[in-house]
Design a protein around this ligand. Structure first.
Ligand code: AP5
Ligand code: MG
Length: 194
């Protein structure tokens, strides 16, 4: 299996680039944000609980998210690899992911981190909020809250993978195609080493 984490703050282009990556490399896309929004749309108990956190820009509790990821693995037993988008977002999630993969005699090949300035991120998210219907995109306070959560709770995940020498920074500003080219370069380099 070839497993990648696409890492970066809210609005850095994880979802956009994930579509391109899975189309080219045949990985299974695992976006915890998308899975949670599906639960909300279906009004499941998990979705109802998650919504109260998401609307405020806070993280959904680790055990809820890890449980969801575990059952996604069960549903995709024959995957050639996963592309993780928006997960892991806390150190506890990163450690749980490492253990789940270890059970399958697998690991994360690389963490690709999209670097984008905060000014550009706010612009992108407010712009997306006009059409996306995402309740966490409409209010600038909620967007700023998501950045604060990213700094406090998600940055330690970057440190974790830096220590393991798996972390690669990618320039996240420019056209979608330019950024995709940088990502492909990093992936191909990794694949050639395997
Ligand atoms: P999640 O859905 O993961 O959202 P996020 O991390 O806040 O990131 P976004 O989806 O907002 O941005 P993105 O990086 O995907 O960028 P996109 O490609 O859309 O999480 C939402 C919430 O769910 C969290 O706040 C939390 O509550 C909960 N949650 C999810 N996962 C969790 C977890 N693991 N643990 C706990 N809670 C969890 O691009 C953004 C916009 O910019 C788009 O309009 C796009 O068209 C545009 N754009 C993209 N690329 C470019 C470019 N190069 N130039 C110009 N515009 C661009
Ligand atoms: Mg996204």
């Amino acid at each position: 299996m070839f497993n990648l984490i696409l890492f970066g703050p809210p609005g850095s282009g994880k979802g956009t680039q994930s579509d391109n990556i899975v189309a080219k490399y045949g990985l299974v896309h695992l976006s915890t944000g998308n899975l949670l929004r599906e639960e909300i749309a279906q009004k499941t108990p998990l979705g109802i609980e998650a919504k109260s956190f998401m609307d405020k820009g806070q993280l959904v509790p680790d055990e809820v998210v890890i449980g969801m990821v575990d059952s996604y693995f069960e549903k995709h037993k024959n995957a050639v690899g996963f592309l993780f988008d928006g997960f892991p977002r806390t150190l506890a999630q990163a450690k749980a992911l490492d253990s789940l993969l270890e059970l399958k005699k697998n690991e994360i090949a690389a963490v690709l981190a999209l670097e984008v300035s905060e000014e550009e991120l706010v612009k992108r998210l407010l712009n997306r909020g006009i059409t996306s219907g995402r309740s966490d995109d409409i209010n600038e306070d909620v967007i700023r809250k998501r950045f604060a959560v990213y700094s406090n709770e998600t940055k330690p995940v970057a440190e974790h993978y830096k220590k393991l020498k798996k972390y690669h920074s990618i320039k996240g500003e420019g056209t979608v195609q330019e950024i995709f080219n940088f990502i492909c370069e990093a992936i191909d380099k990794k694949l050639n080493l395997m």
